[in-house]
Every structure is written in structure tokens, then in C-alpha cells.
Design a protein. Structure first.
Length: 353
């Protein structure tokens, strides 16, 4: 894709996640208007050869028990919850201080294997109708929340009640990252995921934990030709914008502008420079204002990042998963067409401010 390679595009592309657009008439009509897809594809699988796993189910509650040589831990989840979010974790692996040893054993016991064939299949199936993004790395602190705790509160409390054990957990996650790194480097995927900004913690933690990780690994991956993308879906990016600009990331994806997020595209561009690709998660709430308002919003959004050679518009969070009835289906259908039509009208390169 021209924009990811720093080349001049024909226009700003519209590339929602493929699972957020239902197959059928709406999809066909939008693809005929040059909509593409971003397909996410794993490039590795993992095993823990010395861990025994047992699963039981009672009603829609699934309990998974992990038996290690140093102890047992378990997770529990409520399943069959409906479209989009099929399950919800009820408790994570760590509930007491004694659970850390088994969790760290599992992390250290992890063995990674490549599955590059799935990537080649995805690229072949998609053809020229979009882009396939492969697996990447995640900062240990960012990664430590799930599946070890069921909620943010438990994760935060653990950092103060179990400081030593939590530090050991982060070290174990970094050791696991080092084992995964060669598979990511050798992966045929050029465009890869690389952590994100969830909004679960602020600038202090981001600078202390995440920023050094990015600054260590991104140069390694860039030297191997990788394009690194962070899933920054937090609605509170304003307070992290200066730190995100120091990461060296190529793409800031899932970026949600106002009225949902608190950072505009123009503010982000000023903070991150001309080379970073801003991949917008289009705020679907705009659709409820009607097609005309949607077109006007898109026009202003595009002009705010003129000439448009480092801008992608997509849908990375809900897309059409919020459609529950005929009324919302009508609103989204009109809104999606207005969005794509506006990109085709106002998004041709070079965009005029």
C-alpha cells in the first residue's frame, strides 16, 4: 500500500477491519466504491508442553485449569454473550500471591512455532482488495493485564500489594518476547501489530514501561523491513501524544478523533510529525446525525490532514456490530455510503486544506 511505504496515494483509503462489515449487499456496494479491508492474521502458534490443561463447562460458564509442576491456577469466563463480544472473563489466573509462580512457569514454558502459511493464504484470498496485517510484539506491561486479572482494578492493586511478584511477571513476559522475536523477524508479514494504547494507564507508566520497550525493539524490526503499528484505541490520547511521538512507531492505528476521542487529527499530526501514518477509527456515532452531517464531518477530517498522503480511514472497534434493529441498520447503511462517497469526493490526493 502506497501510504505505508511513504509513497503518494491516489486517495485516502477506507480500510475497515474485515470482520466489522457484514457480508452481503452493503459490503458489495461499498467495495464497488473502492472500500478495502484490513485483515488481521496470526503468524505463529504456541504451546506449553509441561502444562496440563483441563476445561469444564457449567451452563455458559467455562473454567480452565492449568496444572504446572509448581502449582495450579485457573480462569473462568462467561460465554455465548452474543455478537462481537462472545465471552467475558470472570476471574483471571492471578488471585493470590501464591499464583505468580505457576503463571511465571507457564510463561517460561511457552514454545513458539511459525504458521506463515496462514499469512500466505490470507494474502492470496484478499488479493488487491486490502492489506493483511501480521502478528507482532506487545510491551510486557501492556500485555500483563489479560488474562492474569479479570479487571483493571485487580491489576492496579496487584502492582502495589505484590510489587516483587509483579516485577518478576514483567521480566518473564520480556523473556517470552525474546523467544518470539525471531519468528516475527522471519515472518513474511511486512505490516505488523505492535502493542497499543488502551487508556488503562497514564503517562507515568507509559514512559516507565512501554516507551523503553518500543525504543528497544522497533529499531530491530525496522532494520528487518517491518512496518510497526500500534492499536491506539484510547479516547484519552491527548495526555500521551508527546510520548507516542517518541516511540518510533510507523503507524498509529485505531486513532479515534472527537467527538469520541480527545485528540484531533491535526493535533496528532503536529505531535507525531509528517512521516507517521494516522489510521483513523471512524466514530460511528456520527452516522446518527444523518448522511449530510456525515459527509461534512468526513470532509473536515480529510482537510485537517491535507494533503492526505499519511492518512487512512478505517473502522477498528465496533463497525456494524452495533446494528441491532432495522432503524440502526438504516442509519448505518446511509452513514457508510455517505462516508465512502465523501472520501471518494474529497479524499483524492492532494487534498486541499
Amino acid at each position: 500500500m502506497a501510504i505505508l511505504h511513504g509513497e503518494t496515494p491516489d486517495k485516502v483509503p477506507f480500510l475497515p477491519y474485515d470482520n466489522l462489515i457484514p457480508r452481503g449487499k452493503l459490503e458489495r456496494d461499498l467495495r464497488n466504491k473502492e472500500m478495502g479491508f484490513c485483515v488481521r492474521c496470526g503468524t505463529y502458534w504456541s504451546e506449553q508442553p509441561n502444562v496440563k490443561v483441563e476445561t469444564s463447562m457449567k451452563g455458559n460458564i467455562v473454567t480452565t485449569t492449568y496444572k504446572t509442576p509448581v502449582g495450579e491456577i485457573s480462569t473462568s469466563a462467561k460465554t455465548h454473550l452474543g455478537r462481537g463480544v462472545d465471552s467475558q472473563q470472570l476471574h483471571g489466573m492471578i488471585r493470590t500471591e501464591e499464583d505468580y509462580d505457576a503463571v511465571i512457569y507457564m510463561i517460561d514454558d511457552t514454545v513458539f512455532h511459525s504458521k506463515y502459511e496462514e499469512y500466505f493464504n490470507a494474502v492470496r484470498d484478499l488479493g488487491c482488495d486490502g492489506i493483511v496485517r501480521g502478528s507482532g510484539l506487545e510491551p510486557p506491561y501492556y500485555e500483563s493485564i489479560w488474562p492474569y486479572w479479570p479487571d483493571i482494578a485487580g491489576w492496579v492493586v496487584a502492582q502495589y500489594k505484590h510489587k516483587h511478584e509483579f516485577h518478576k511477571l514483567l521480566k518473564a513476559l520480556e523473556r517470552r518476547t525474546e523467544k518470539l522475536l525471531p519468528i516475527i523477524i522471519d515472518s513474511p508479514a511486512e505490516f505488523i501489530s505492535f502493542g497499543g494504547v488502551s487508556g488503562h494507564y497514564g503517562p507515568y507508566q507509559y514512559e516507565k514501561y512501554d516507551l523503553p520497550f518500543y525504543q528497544k525493539y522497533i529499531p530491530i524490526l525496522k532494520a528487518k523491513g517491518k512496518i510497526c503499528s500500534a492499536h491506539a484505541h484510547s479516547s484519552d490520547l491527548k495526555f500521551l501524544k508527546h510520548l507516542i511521538g517518541q516511540t518510533g512507531l510507523d503507524v498509529i492505528e485505531a486513532f479515534t478523533p472527537p467527538p469520541i476521542g480527545n485528540l484531533s487529527v491535526s493535533e496528532a499530526r503536529e505531535a507525531w510529525g509528517e512521516d507517521v501514518v494516522i489510521w483513523v477509527n471512524f466514530p460511528e456515532t456520527i452516522f446518527w446525525s444523518g448522511p449530510e452531517e456525515t459527509r461534512e464531518y468526513v470532509c473536515k477530517l480529510l482537510r485537517s490532514d491535507a494533503p492526505g498522503d499519511r492518512l487512512v480511514i478505517g473502522m477498528t472497534e465496533m463497525g456494524t456490530l452495533g446494528i441491532k434493529d432495522e432503524r440502526s441498520e438504516d442509519v448505518f447503511t446511509l452513514g457508510m455510503h455517505a462516508l465512502v462517497d465523501a472520501i471518494n469526493t474529497y479524499g483524492r490526493y492532494p487534498i486541499k486544506p
